[in-house]
Write a protein that binds this ligand. Structure first.
Ligand SMILES: [Zn+2]
Length: 102
């Protein structure tokens, strides 16, 4: 039986999807071994779902999709490969981060 558990703040970050990748991986690993925390996260997810169902919808701006796509285009960190590039020579090392600001 596990004696050490993530605190409720971390479990809530995980349940809400707010935990970064490293923290989410740690919690997910813990949850695979701890029924007590799995139950806590399940309750948190159900509460979050119930809150979303009772929240009044908010209209999305008509140009929201285009603005988001434009941000993705400008966030591209490299130039596209030339069309005649031999892809068998390509070794991809990738990472992805994003930050949305207004
Ligand atoms: Zn636990």
């Amino acid at each position: 039986m596990t004696r050490h558990h993530p605190d409720e703040t971390l479990l809530l970050e995980y349940a809400s999807g707010a935990a970064d990748e490293a923290r989410a991986l740690i919690v997910a690993t813990h949850l695979s071994f701890c029924a007590q925390c799995r139950q806590t996260v399940t309750v948190m997810e159900k509460v979050g779902g119930a809150l979303l169902e009772t929240t009044a919808p908010v209209a999305v701006q008509a140009d929201a999709l285009n603005r988001s796509l434009a941000r993705l285009e400008t966030a591209a960190p490299f130039e596209p490969l030339p069309g005649n590039y031999d892809l068998s020579r390509l070794n991809i090392v990738a990472s992805f981060q994003y930050k949305i600001t207004d």
